[in-house]
Design a protein around this ligand. Structure first.
Ligand SMILES: C[S@@+](CC[C@H](N)C(=O)[O-])C[C@H]1O[C@@H](n2cnc3c(N)ncnc32)[C@H](O)[C@@H]1O
Length: 226
């Protein structure tokens, strides 16, 4: 299965019974599609596009140690891990409730190589340079202490390893910026300060050797080598 097919199959992993969050992340349910279009100005193609870019740092035959933080409900990544049986995957999230849903998906899919850990990205319980890949999808706009998150994800990555993922960046889509400021932030889903595409590129260049940053509407995608 290609990476694109894996992402497309994400909804099927929920057994066609996706909650609001999973439906939105996978552009699957009526309400989820409406939010993607209204808040993020994204159709299915753009949704797939940003996810493909964010996951592009994970080779299709990857067989090393991967840390995913935050895993959330795992809706986007469990289909990917299903195709990586030789990878050693650690998933971490602050919320046990979100992660319970990811664990259930892993159990349903029979994944043996994925473990779950409750924790804080700002104080990762791992030794330096443990992982070959650190993957972070849609997390940095939510993390309360972003400096600690950048520092810790860098610390646990081995030299030559890849840091990749995506998150909301401001200035990419005016409509999205409005919803974040007036709805997502007051509700506590998102926490400022936010990167712009330029500030993200500059920050990652100051930390990593090779850096690629791109944008799909209000989502910044990155792939860096330490
Ligand atoms: C928008 S969700 C993204 C989940 C998943 N990666 C996705 O793309 O669907 C943000 C997640 O960040 C987690 N989170 C927030 N602060 C955290 C922290 N300090 N450490 C670890 N996870 C955190 C939340 O519990 C939530 O599951």
């Amino acid at each position: 299965m290609t990476r694109r097919e894996q992402i497309k199959s994400a909804y099927r992993l929920t057994g066609g019974n996706a909650g609001f969050y999973d439906g939105m992340m996978t552009y699957s349910t009526f309400l989820g599609k409406a939010v993607c279009r209204m808040v993020w100005d994204m159709n299915r193609e753009k949704n797939l596009d940003y996810l493909e870019r964010a996951l592009s740092g994970v080779p299709e035959d990857f067989a090393g140690k991967l840390l995913e933080v935050p895993v959330g409900t795992g809706v986007l990544t469990m289909p990917v891990y299903r195709e990586l049986p030789r990878a050693d995957v650690t998933c971490l999230d602050y919320s046990e409730a979100m992660m319970a849903s990811a664990q259930e998906k892993a159990r349903t899919a029979g994944l043996q190589n994925v473990r779950f850990l409750q924790g804080d990205v700002g104080a990762l319980p791992f030794e330096d340079e443990r992982f070959d890949i650190v993957l972070s999808l849609n997390g940095f706009h939510a993390f309360p202490d972003k400096e600690a998150a950048y520092r810790e994800t860098f610390r646990v990555l081995r030299p030559g390893g890849t840091f990749c993922g995506c998150f909301y960046i401001k200035g990419g889509c005016a409509r999205t910026d409005w919803f974040i400021r007036h709805l997502y932030q007051p509700k506590g889903f998102f926490t400022p300060p936010y990167e712009t595409e330029q500030s993200l590129r500059a920050r990652l260049r100051s930390m990593y050797g090779e850096v690629e940053v791109s944008r799909v509407e209000g989502i910044g995608c990155f792939r860096c080598v330490k």
